[in-house]
Write a protein that binds this ligand. Structure first.
Ligand SMILES: [Zn+2]
Length: 55
């Protein structure tokens, strides 16, 4: 299992709706919408995933 960096959902790599490569790493997404968000601002989501998010 991996985490969707956009919505923080657990994703099965084999069932991912979308995949993106960024700086040599592969990221998996629950939907194409999440992938599009990530592709627009990857740094934003990578920073947020390494810190605790308060929403
Ligand atoms: Zn998602």
């Amino acid at each position: 299992m991996v985490k969707d960096p956009v919505c923080n959902m657990d994703i099965d790599e084999k069932k991912a709706a979308a995949i993106s490569n960024y700086k040599g790493k592969t990221y998996y997404f629950c939907s194409k919408v999440c992938k599009e968000k990530f592709d627009k601002e990857p740094e934003k989501y990578l920073k947020e995933s390494s810190e605790s998010i308060k929403s």
